[in-house]
Design a binder for this molecule. Structure first.
Ligand SMILES: [Zn+2]
Length: 345
């Protein structure tokens, strides 16, 4: 037997990198008719995220408390998502606006939860707190005459996992992995919760359905993007510190388990998933110093997305806002662009 003079290839991760480098997503936008392409890709993404397609139960919304705020009123609600899974949310109604209000669904990422959206401590909900990185989305909406429904995402905040055996820094691990075994993903379940939030808004008479948006940062950016891609009732989207390429973010840099969708990269890159939202207006927000969603890849992905928006006749409705720092939201940079889009309608 000859003596080998090459190093054996023993790394599973380097092997996956090689597979990925040799692979082209088979349903990426091909330059043809956008509507026809979307009609093919959207059900595939919906299937891959394991979107719960069962019968919808009654929401049965209950009010937990309601209080005044200088910019409006805030009410804490609980309502049913699926049998055995309930959603907590803050409903923020602006004082200086006349209904029907534009509304944004607001979702936090890997923080201590939705309490950031209204800048109060989590467990008591009455003690004010400082919110870093412009994550007080609910208050930002109210101050701009926009209603907000701030949803607690599964595995975060008051819905954080309390039963997993080994609590890691990222409490999403067990729920993410168990979802995979059940043919679901946490992304699909969280998008379903957003859809149920829209069902809740349907029960109200103060909602301007031509101006329904979604926003969130990091893990909230993830769900903003997938919700925009899959839910037709959403008309405006502002995902922050998520839009990039899958290759250069979760396939190259450590991300926790709730970022992964089995098989997705065989079919589509992130720009394709976001492209399912075209021609509806999108304001993508990134930080030029974000270390987990590298800005160079974000710019390349944005160029791919612009191609889709151009083909959809909406080149001017797709925006990339670059904040000067790291992984956070940039309210002063992003809101003027979104408000311009909301005014256009
Ligand atoms: Zn996570």
């Amino acid at each position: 037997m000859p003596v080998s003079n090459t190093e054996p290839a023993l790394s599973p991760s380097l092997f996956h990198r090689r597979l990925m480098d040799d692979m082209q997503p088979s349903m990426s936008f091909d330059g043809g008719d956008v509507v026809e392409w979307q009609a093919r890709l959207r059900p595939k993404v919906r299937e891959l995220v394991g979107f719960p397609d069962g019968e919808r139960i009654s929401l049965n919304p209950q009010s937990l408390w309601k209080r005044d705020h200088p910019d409006g009123t805030i009410e804490k609600l609980v309502f049913h998502s699926e049998p055995g899974s309930d959603i907590l949310a803050y409903l923020c109604l602006p004082a200086n606006a006349i209904p029907p209000y534009p509304f944004f669904i607001c979702v936090q990422g890997h923080t201590t939860g939705m309490h950031h959206s209204i800048a109060v401590e989590r467990d008591d909900n009455s003690v004010p707190m400082e919110v870093a990185g412009d994550r007080d989305f609910g208050l930002q909406c109210m101050a701009r005459g926009i209603g907000a429904l701030c949803i607690e995402q599964r595995s975060f905040g008051e819905r954080r996992e309390l039963v997993q055996e080994q609590v890691s820094t990222h409490g999403c691990h067990d729920a993410s992995m168990h979802a995979l075994m059940l043919g679901r993903t946490l992304i699909g379940e969280r998008v379903f919760d957003v859809d149920r939030g829209l069902d809740f808004l349907e029960t109200r008479d103060d909602v301007d359905w031509s101006r329904i948006g979604i926003m969130g940062n990091s893990g909230g950016g993830t769900i903003s993007l997938f919700s925009a891609a899959l839910l037709r009732r959403i008309k405006f989207a502002m995902p922050s510190c998520y839009f990039c390429t899958f290759r250069d973010s979760m396939m190259s840099i450590y991300h926790c388990a709730d970022n992964y969708v089995p098989g997705l990269l065989k079919y589509a890159e992130m720009a394709d998933v976001m492209g399912l939202f075209a021609p509806r207006p999108v304001v993508l927000v990134c930080g030029v110093e974000d270390t987990i969603f590298p800005v160079d890849a974000t710019r390349r992905a944005f160029s791919d997305l612009q191609r889709i928006y151009r083909a959809a006749g909406a080149a001017d409705r797709c925006h990339l806002v670059e904040g000067a720092g790291g992984h956070r939201f940039y309210a002063d940079d992003a809101w003027p662009v979104m408000l311009g889009e909301l005014e256009r309608g």
